[in-house]
Design a protein around this ligand. Structure first.
Ligand SMILES: [Mg+2]
Length: 370
């Protein structure tokens, strides 16, 4: 293929923005989050058409993601046909498979894959929800709080805010050393959101199997839709032990980065919900593959984080799934923030992913490490 073909990738611009959060957020195993990092790519074809992609993390590891894109993937992709999205995704995967399968490499692949899907949609006039399957344009959404540090009174205050913002579902963090504190936090939340709104719990693998079984039973009185990451995500069989003992609807996926990991989880974890994150599992291509594998096993595909993009994937490919509205406010820096109506998230109906950024706003917010 000639590098002068109109569809050839001519340029890849990678940038990194470190954004201070409104408050320090805490979960069970990752400690304090003071920032989130957004790594963006703009892929330009020879004919001038541009696609935007991105990934994010909790303020750690973004420099390595940027280096992988700049040093390994930009040279690999430059000159290649931008329309070969799945082939380019596989080429990136195998390029660094030996040194970095999963993890940081998957984040880097994701940013570029999302940019290539943006280009695919802009070139064909198709919005992402249609490219993802076109089964619907809206999705259930819940507010996923990072609130393990909140006492019950602060939980209630936050829940009042989510209800005022129109959320019909709320997920809280659990995993304190004293489970009675978590139960009080759950009760405070349930009291505010009422019986008709949905409720979820997320332990960020802060438990062992015995404690997870105890928690699955103890929180049942609050009627949770799912219990997310009770134990270590790669201890797949532990999930089946918890399910066998309690029948609890279990969820995980944000820490699975390769199709092999999703296949193992679907085969061995007795999950009710799978939560792939397109920012860390190979982009749109990786998310769709995980969602298809889930559906084939009768598991409902959902999403983790980056709600402004996942709304299109869940709506288009998994219309009974849940979109998480994450505490990292990426969409505050997008040119078209996420639309919600009557408690549901509405996918953008413009060609491409429908996600682009206010670069000046991002530059202003950038808080470089000292
Ligand atoms: Mg989670």
């Amino acid at each position: 293929m000639s590098s002068t073909a109109p569809y050839a990738i001519a340029d890849i611009l990678c940038r990194r923005f470190r954004i201070r959060l409104d408050e320090v957020l805490v979960d069970a195993m990752h400690g304090d989050h003071s920032h989130f990092d957004l790594v963006t790519v703009v892929v330009t074809r020879a004919d001038g058409l541009q696609g935007t992609g991105y990934t994010y993390c909790g303020g750690r590891g973004a420099g390595a993601i940027e280096a992988v894109i700049r040093d390994d993937f930009a040279p690999l992709l430059t000159g290649r046909d931008a329309r070969d999205v799945e082939a380019l995704n596989a080429a990136m995967y195998w390029r660094l498979h030996y040194v970095g399968r999963g993890g940081i490499v998957s984040f880097a692949i994701s940013a570029l894959d999302i940019a290539l899907w943006d280009l695919r949609g802009k070139a064909s006039g198709q919005p992402l929800w249609r490219m993802a399957g076109g089964r619907g344009r809206s999705a259930q959404i819940y507010r996923g709080a990072i609130d393990l540090h909140y006492a019950p009174e602060r939980m209630a205050q936050a829940a009042r805010g989510y209800v005022a913002e129109g959320y019909e579902a709320v997920k809280i963090k659990i995993g304190r050393a004293d489970m009675r504190e978590d139960l009080a936090r759950a009760r405070a939340t349930r009291d505010i959101i009422g019986a008709d709104r949905a409720f979820m719990i997320d332990a960020n693998y802060g438990y062992d199997v015995a404690r997870a079984i105890e928690a699955a039973r103890a929180f049942a009185e609050f009627g949770y839709v799912f219990f997310e990451e009770p134990t270590l995500p790669d201890h797949y069989d532990d999930y089946t032990r918890i399910f066998a003992a309690t029948g609890a609807p279990l969820a995980q996926g944000e820490n699975l980065h390769t199709q092999e990991e999703f296949d193992e989880a679907l085969a061995r974890s007795s999950l009710a919900f799978l939560q792939p994150d397109a920012s860390n599992c190979g982009g749109v291509t990786g998310w769709l593959a995980a969602a298809r594998a889930a559906e084939a096993k009768g598991v409902i595909a959902c999403s983790h984080g980056m709600q402004e993009l996942h709304v299109s994937l869940v709506a288009g490919a998994a219309p009974t799934g849940w979109v998480e509205a994450h505490s990292f406010p990426i969409d505050r820096y997008a040119t078209t923030p996420l639309l919600r109506e009557h408690g549901r998230a509405i996918a953008p109906d413009v060609p491409g992913t429908g996600v682009d950024f206010d670069w000046a706003k991002l530059s202003d917010a950038h808080d470089p490490p000292r």
